[in-house]
Write a protein that binds this ligand. Structure first.
Ligand SMILES: Cc1cc2nc3c(=O)[nH]c(=O)nc-3n(C[C@H](O)[C@H](O)[C@H](O)COP(=O)(O)O)c2cc1C
Length: 325
C-alpha cells in the first residue's frame, strides 16, 4: 500500500506506533519498524538527553529501518531539558519526530535544518491547521476515543477525521481507536493516509512491558476506560482500576478546588510501577477504548501483516464486491 505517509517516511505500511511513556523503548520501536511500520521511541521516558542518545543507539543495533522519536510537551512537575533532547535526536541521526502536546514551533527550525520530518499529534482541526501553518510535514489526528490525552473537545474520529480531510493539505494519520484492517480502511476512507496506534501495540509479544499490562488490555472492554484530570484541563483516558476510582472520587469531592497535588499519588511517577513491575492498581495509565477490540497478544509482525491482509481483502472483496453486485 502506497500513501503520502509511506512516501514521506520511507516505510512499507502506513502504520505508525505512537510514542508511549514507558512502552516506547528501543524494543518496541525496532519491532514495529522491522515489520514495515514506523516505530517511535518515547523521548521523555529516557530521563536525560544522554539517556535518549543511548536508546537511539541501542535501537540502531536492532533495526536498519527508519524509526522516529516522540517529544511530548505537556504540563510537567519539573520541565524536561527539551533543547538537550532535540540535540540528542539530531546528533543521533533521527529523521522523523512525532511531537505532541503543546505547539512545537520553538524547536522546528533546528529540526528542519537537520532534515527531520515532523508529524505533530493533535486532537482538534484548529490545532492541525496551526501545525500545517508552522511547517509540520504531517499530523496525527487523535480522536476522543484515544488512549492518553484526547484534549478537551470530545470529538470522536467519525467526525474529526473527515473534518481534517476536508481542511488539511498536508497528509495525516488517524489515531485513536485503531486496531485492525477495518480501522485502516475506514481511516483511508475518511481522508487519512494511514493510521497511528498506541494501545493495540502494547498487547504484542515484543512490547517491553509486564505481562499483566498486556493481559489487562486483552481482558478490558470498550466500557473500561475513564477520563481523569478533566478539572485540570489535562484530560487523560486511562484504564479503570482501584487507584483511578479513588482519584475520581477526589475529583468529585473537591470539584473546582482540585489541584494536581490532590491526585499526585495516583498519577505522578506511577508508570514504572505499572509497566515494569506489573502493579496494575498503582495508578492511572493511558489506555484507549480500543481495548474492546483487542483479544490477543500477537507478534508485531503478525499483527501488521494481519492488518494489511485484512485491509486488502476488505477493499478488494467486501467493497468492490458491493459495487459489482
Ligand atoms: C500507555 C500509553 C502511553 C502513552 N504515552 C504517550 C506519550 O508519552 N506521548 C504521546 O504523545 N502520546 C502518548 N500516548 C498516546 C499514543 O501515542 C497514541 O496517540 C494513542 O494511544 C492512540 O490511541 P489508541 O490507544 O486508541 O491507539 C500514550 C498512549 C498509551 C496507551
Amino acid at each position: 500500500m502506497k500513501t503520502r505517509i509511506t512516501e514521506l517516511f520511507g516505510i512499507q505500511h502506513p502504520i505508525i506506533q505512537g510514542g508511549m511513556h514507558y512502552v516506547g523503548f528501543a524494543e518496541m520501536a525496532a519491532a514495529v519498524s522491522n515489520a514495515g511500520g514506523l516505530g517511535i521511541i518515547t523521548g521523555l521516558t529516557q530521563r536525560t538527553p544522554e539517556g535518549l542518545a543511548a536508546e537511539i543507539a541501542r535501537c540502531r543495533t536492532m533495526t536498519d529501518k527508519p524509526f522516529g522519536v516522540n517529544l511530548t510537551f505537556l504540563p510537567a512537575v519539573t520541565p524536561p531539558d527539551y533543547p538537550g533532547f532535540v540535540k540528542s535526536i539530531i546528533d543521533g541521526g533521527i529523521k522523523i519526530v512525532e511531537t505532541a502536546g503543546n505547539n512545537p514551533q520553538k524547536y522546528l527550525p533546528a529540526l528542519k535544518e537537520a532534515g527531520v520530518k515532523v508529524i505533530h499529534k493533535c486532537t482538534a482541526v484548529r490545532h492541525a491547521l496551526k501545525a500545517e501553518s508552522i511547517g509540520c510535514d504531517a499530523v496525527s489526528v487523535d480522536g476522543f476515543e484515544c488512549g492518553g490525552h484526547p484534549g478537551e473537545d470530545d470529538v470522536p474520529n467519525m467526525i474529526l477525521l473527515p473534518r481534517a480531510g476536508e481542511t488539511l493539505k498536508i497528509p495525516f494519520v488517524a489515531s485513536g481507536g485503531m486496531a485492525d484492517g477495518r480501522s485502516l480502511v475506514a481511516a483511508l476512507a475518511m481522508g487519512a493516509d494511514g493510521m497511528n496506534m498506541g494501545t493495540r501495540f502494547i498487547a504484542t509479544v515484543e512490547a517491553p512491558v509486564h505481562p499483566h499490562v498486556k493481559q489487562a488490555i486483552v481482558d478490558a472492554t470498550e466500557l473500561d476506560t475513564r477520563l481523569i484530570m478533566r478539572p485540570l484541563r489535562n484530560t487523560e483516558r486511562v484504564l479503570n482500576n482501584a487507584a483511578v476510582e479513588k482519584l475520581l472520587a477526589t475529583e468529585k469531592e473537591l470539584g473546582p478546588k482540585l489541584t494536581f497535588a490532590d491526585i499526585a499519588e495516583e498519577v505522578a511517577g506511577v508508570y514504572p510501577r505499572i509497566m515494569k513491575d506489573g502493579e496494575m492498581d498503582a495508578g492511572g495509565w493511558s489506555c484507549g477504548m480500543v481495548a474492546g477490540l483487542i483479544h490477543d497478544i500477537p507478534t508485531v509482525k503478525a499483527l501488521i501483516d494481519r492488518i494489511i491482509a485484512e485491509a486488502e481483502s476488505l477493499i478488494r472483496q467486501r467493497l468492490e464486491g458491493m459495487l459489482a453486485a
